[in-house]
Design a protein around this ligand. Structure first.
Ligand SMILES: Cc1cc2nc3c(=O)[nH]c(=O)nc-3n(C[C@H](O)[C@H](O)[C@H](O)COP(=O)(O)OP(=O)(O)OC[C@H]3O[C@@H](n4cnc5c(N)ncnc54)[C@H](O)[C@@H]3O)c2cc1C
Length: 418
């Protein structure tokens, strides 16, 4: 395969792994980033690389539960009403998919992306000796309510029987024996021993260093505004700062992708699902296992040099405000489950825009703009967990190789019909 000049637009975790595998395939690679490499949603997320998350959000009964939750003033889920036909179309499509058959249609592809990415992380991190605080301690779903804890049995059956991803149940006090940082009196927990975690900002720093060592050029503060065209082909990227020529192009701009609709020749229906995180120093009694505090939808990640509480989902467009009430929801959620839920020494308060599609799957496909433009965006709540497989798939498709994952369920067309 002839070496090409590949330009990746977007320096998040997805763009970084596209650049990685394109470079490995022998291409000359440039990453074009609007702000700083790794400054988007990939910066301070919860760091889970979690093959347990096979099922998309579109589960049966989710609409009822969400509407009920939204009536509470402290709901982790919120929609800021606005006159956006795109948002309402997105919500209508999401609602239509909240059934068992749509959920099971999306799950096998998500499962493949997660499984492949886990293997690729282990390969790349070991081969490159990257220190990203990688740990395989699993992920523990913790419940206050006995009924909720027991109801999860059905999901566990599905995941273990259909996807080979079983959890171990710890009822009552057994969950505190497994994770002594929890408060007494909880109903129990389900532990996925195969899940891993890492420190996302470390990963982005180290990926950047390794990419640059291999000759990848990273151009920052250069938002792409359009493509440069010659006839029906795209021959370069126009940014606010410069023009960058290329032979093939990968748009990995996460939640910003709809802003490039004109250049791409299509509006990719991605909505920003805003989430927050607070990173503090490690509390004296710190969990050893990453936790999802289920009733409050709060995630806890212990790092070697810090501790993170994250989550909430707000559909408020590309809203840049750091809302103190949403941050307080994280703290109050953690207080219900943990003896020492956080410290007052805050290292960072942060928000990120998850690139949400209505069926839970990303888009990995050619753009209508031209045959040499690809889109790799819309990784929902799992971009960190799916990025290596996405990057590998993109490089395989560009090189015309047999893809290691079937790309058809990731087509753009599936999102254009509805
Ligand atoms: C609170 C929270 C917790 C999360 N926890 C997890 C988790 O534990 N595990 C997990 O797998 N996922 C998690 N996620 C989701 C994950 O963070 C995202 O799915 C992932 O970061 C998306 O990566 P990306 O590369 O597509 O987007 P981004 O990281 O947002 O990168 C896109 C980049 O494109 C750049 N860009 C945009 N427009 C242009 C342009 N015109 N020109 C050039 N550059 C442009 C942006 O500046 C940005 O840097 C979490 C998200 C949140 C908010």
């Amino acid at each position: 395969m002839k070496s090409q000049r590949a330009v990746v637009i977007g320096g998040g975790v997805v763009g970084a792994f596209c650049a990685w595998y394109l470079r490995q395939a022998g291409h000359e690679v440039t990453v074009v980033e609007a702000k700083q490499f790794g400054s988007g949603c990939s910066h301070a997320n919860c760091g889970y690389v979690c093959p347990s998350h096979v099922l998309p959000l579109t589960a049966p009964g989710v609409i009822g539960k969400t509407l009920k939750a939204m009536l509470r003033p402290n709901s982790p889920f919120s929609i800021r009403p606005r006159l956006s036909p795109h948002l309402w179309r997105w919500l209508a499509n999401f609602a239509l998919r909240c059934n068992r058959s749509s959920m099971l249609e999306a799950a096998p592809t998500i499962h493949q992306l997660l499984q492949s990415s886990l293997q690729l992380y282990e390969q790349v991190l070991a081969a490159e000796q990257m220190d990203v605080q990688w740990e395989r301690r699993g992920l523990l779903f913790v419940y206050q309510d006995k009924h909720h804890f027991e109801a999860y049995h059905e999901v566990d059956q599905l995941l273990s029987q259909q996807f080979g991803v079983p959890a171990v149940a710890y009822a009552g006090e057994a969950v505190r024996e497994l994770e002594p940082a929890l408060k007494p009196g909880l109903a129990g927990g389900w532990h996925y021993p195969g899940d891993c975690h890492l420190r996302p900002d470390r990963l982005m720093q180290q990926l950047r260093q390794r990419l640059e060592q291999r000759g990848v050029t990273i151009v920052e503060q250069a938002p792409m505004t359009d493509f440069l065209r010659s006839g029906s082909q795209v021959v370069g990227v126009k940014t606010a700062a410069c023009e960058i020529p290329g032979d093939c192009f990968v748009v990995a701009t996460g939640a910003w992708t709809p802003l490039l609709s004109e250049a791409l020749g299509v509006r990719v229906p991605i909505e920003a699902g805003k989430g927050y995180s607070i990173t503090t120093t490690r509390p004296p009694i710190v969990p050893q296992i990453p936790l999802i505090l289920e009733e409050h939808s709060v995630a806890i990640t212990p790092f070697h040099d810090g501790y993170r509480i994250g989550s909430t989902m707000e559909f408020a467009g590309l809203d840049e405000r750091l809302n103190p009430q949403r941050l307080e929801l994280l703290r109050s959620g953690a207080r219900h489950y943990l003896a020492e839920p956080y410290t007052d020494q805050v290292q960072e308060e942060w928000y990120g825009w998850r690139p949400m599609t209505w069926d839970g799957k990303p888009v990995v496909d050619r753009a209508p703009a031209a045959g040499n433009v690809w889109i790799a965006a819309g990784h929902n709540m799992l971009g960190l967990s799916m990025a290596p497989a996405t990057g590998k798939l993109v490089a395989e498709l560009i090189d015309g190789e047999v893809p290691h994952i079937n790309p058809h369920p990731l087509s753009l067309r599936r999102l254009q019909w509805a």
